[in-house]
Design a protein around this ligand. Structure first.
Ligand code: UTP
Length: 292
């Protein structure tokens, strides 16, 4: 019997340099896709997947994130006073239950592996999820994390979301060295972080959703530096494969890389085109802009 996944870690301590100057005073994870910040999509996905505790690994300049998931009494009273009950409900609906949100500071952005390690004491000895808010995933049925939790219930071990990427883009991702592959779930005997296309063992790449066993903490504790001189989560997961099996799930859905400008613009268009109140207007704008 695998233990249930009750806790999720949201690493939000990165600098977001690809979005400067927008991210100079505002966290990247607060960038909105249409009218909702990226981090809220990730938290909603976790709630849908049954997560009960939400752990944010923050850093300097990230207080806007904490404020986002808290009451804003002045705003709430003003909205009520003006009779804007719909908007009032929108700001109430996004609040997680009291006592379920935890914050810890990374203090220095030493890499994703280090950010996850910072949540060690809050996780304890149980499997947990990691969601990177800048990978925004749109699904028709179950959200991505729910699909992964179903797989984890059957297989245990480490389970990540994977995607086939063009060969020339492997240098952006953690890539699987696959031993078994049934077309949906790929089992790996090794992982390489950000390999050059000619060195990549496959084109199956890890994207920003993980279900991890607590054994990863002891490996991260070693503080080994990898690609970019950062403590890489992928390296730690690769090193423990002999004791913790590693599987990648080709999830059903579409991922938008909102850490890149084009991916972010694409996500805004896709999510706007999916909204009844915006579709016609957006189609008109696109057609006018592209006909020139
Ligand atoms: P990225 O690799 O996209 O880095 O991090 P970044 O700093 O956010 O953005 P760029 O590349 O400079 O534009 C992926 C995720 O890991 C988190 C980020 O906040 C993001 O959610 N992260 C990264 C940390 O929490 N701490 C780190 O030290 C590095």
């Amino acid at each position: 019997m695998t233990k249930p996944v009750r806790k999720a870690v949201f690493p939000v301590g990165g600098l977001g340099t690809r979005f400067l100057p927008a991210t100079k005073a505002m966290p990247k994870e607060m960038l909105p896709v249409v009218d909702k910040p990226l981090i809220q999509y990730a938290v909603e996905e976790a709630i849908e997947a049954g997560i009960e505790q939400f752990i944010f690994v923050t850093g300097r300049g990230k207080t806007a994130l904490e404020d986002h998931f808290d009451h804003t009494h002045e705003l709430e009273e003003t909205l009520l006073g003006k009779g804007k009950t719909d908007a009032h409900q929108v700001v109430l609906d996004l609040l997680p239950n009291p006592g379920t949100v935890f914050y810890t500071r990374q203090m220095k952005p030493k890499g994703l592996g280090h950010a996850v390690w910072c949540a060690k004491e809050l996780i304890g000895d149980e499997p947990f999820a990691v969601l990177l808010a800048d990978d925004l995933i749109k699904t028709k049925g179950d959200c991505c994390l729910k699909q992964m939790i179903k797989v984890h219930q059957e297989t245990g071990g480490n389970v990540v979301a994977i995607e086939e990427v063009p060969r020339e883009e492997t240098f952006k991702y953690g890539v699987l060295n696959v031993t078994k592959d049934d077309g949906r779930i790929a089992q790996a005997c090794g992982l390489v972080e950000k390999p050059a296309p000619e060195n990549a063992p496959s084109n199956l790449s890890i994207i920003g959703r993980y279900i991890l066993q607590p054994e990863v903490f002891a490996e991260l504790e070693k503080g080994n530096l990898g690609a970019g001189n950062e403590i890489q989560l992928t390296d730690a997961l690769a090193n423990i494969i002999p004791s913790v099996e590693f599987r990648g799930l080709r999830f059903e859905g579409r991922r938008y890389d909102c850490g890149s400008k084009l991916g972010f613009i694409e996500a805004n268009l896709a999510f706007a085109l999916d909204r009844d109140d915006l579709r016609d207007g957006v189609e008109k704008i696109i057609s006018e802009l592209t006909s020139k």
